[in-house]
Structure formats: C-alpha cells, structure tokens
Design a protein around this ligand. Sequence first.
Ligand SMILES: CC(C)(COP(=O)(O)OP(=O)(O)OC[C@H]1O[C@@H](n2cnc3c(N)ncnc32)[C@H](O)[C@@H]1OP(=O)(O)O)[C@@H](O)C(=O)NCCC(=O)NCCS
Length: 182
Amino acid sequence: MAPADIDAVADIFAWYVRNTVATFEENPRTRREWSALSVWLGGLDLPFLVAEADGDIAGYAYAGPWRAKPGYRHTVEDSVFVANGRTGRGLGRLLLARLLGACAESGARQVIAVIADTGEKASTALHEAFGFTVAGRLKAVGYKHGRWIDTLLMQRDLPLSLIAEDVTGPGRSDPPRSRKQR
Ligand SMILES: CC(C)(COP(=O)(O)OP(=O)(O)OC[C@H]1O[C@@H](n2cnc3c(N)ncnc32)[C@H](O)[C@@H]1OP(=O)(O)O)[C@@H](O)C(=O)NCCC(=O)NCCS
C-alpha cells in the first residue's frame, strides 16, 4: 500500500468498524497505525494490496502472520475489505485471487480466514469460491454492538504451483485493477 492510499484504506475499514460486526475492532485504526501495519507486512514480505475502481481505492486485502511463534511462519491470516457501496462487483474476488498468489510467492503454505458469523454470507461464500473449507467454529468469542458472535475459521492450502497458476476463478470481464505496494 502506497502512502497515498492510506486515507482510502482507513476510510473503508472505519465504515465497517462503526457500522458492522465484520470486524471486532471498535475504534478505527489511525493513519499512523495503517502505515505501521503496511511497513511491518512489507518487512515480512507479506502482501498488502489495494484495488482500484473508477479511479478510487475501492478495496484492500492483506495477509498477516497467523501467530507470532516462528513455527507458524508459513501460515497467514487474510483480510479482505471492499468499500461499502462497492461490493458485489468482483472486487473481493479480484483481491483474494491476487492475495493468494502473492502469499504463495511469499512462502505461505496455509491461509486462514477468521470470519465473524453474522448471518451475512458474502465473506464465507467468497472464501468458499476460492477453495477454503471450514476448519472450525469458535462460539461467542466476539461481543460487539450488544451481541455475542461466533467466528468461523476457514482454511486453504497454497500449493507451490499456485505461484504460476491463474487463481482468479470463473471469470469476470473487465475486472478492476489491483496493485501490490510496499
Ligand atoms: C466479503 C467481501 C470482501 C466480498 O467482496 P465483494 O467485492 O462484494 O465480492 P465479489 O463481488 O468479488 O464476489 C465474489 C464472490 O463472493 C460471493 N459473494 C459476494 N457477495 C455475496 C453475498 N452478498 N451473498 C452471497 N455470496 C456472495 C460469491 O461467491 C461471489 O462470486 P460470484 O459473484 O461469482 O458468485 C465484502 O463483502 C466485504 O468487504 N465485506 C465486509 C468485510 C468482510 O467481511 N471481510 C471478510 C473478512 S476477512
């Protein structure tokens, strides 16, 4: 993510923090926190991608370490957010496809998605579309906006062949662009 993208990324996330339980954060991240996250992930050779649509940053995706202990070094957790009002147009698909390829290049072998189970199907369906399967459910581990929320753990492996493979899945014409920046 380029410094110029930080405001847009922060705004996309802040909307979900304030208005949804898709994230268990209760306060939006500051620009400084986003910047630090981007630098940290870059130092780990992990991707932080943004997607552009109509000249705007309309979504982002990154992968972070699943756990800090070194034995987990080949396992990452993904995070994909598309701007409110820009969903349902293929951006999530584009971002996750590119993210998985970049994760494979970075040496990741397992990707985990931690999905707040809110009854909203988009995230689960997106991950299923890319071969993620349910690895487990953590019951009532989240509490936000006055409700207890389960998280669904979804997982897929990244064969080495994914580096060269087209992982965009069943296609869309004229996809939005994504770019990887450090
Ligand atoms: C989940 C999210 C990233 C999906 O992004 P998106 O741009 O709307 O998704 P796309 O338009 O690329 O759709 C990709 C696939 O996801 C599934 N999907 C997307 N929205 C869906 C919905 N509302 N209901 C069911 N399936 C849905 C479909 O399988 C779709 O593929 P198809 O259109 O070929 O059938 C987006 O809804 C979002 O940012 N949600 C809030 C944040 C979040 O929950 N992030 C995931 C946590 S890691």
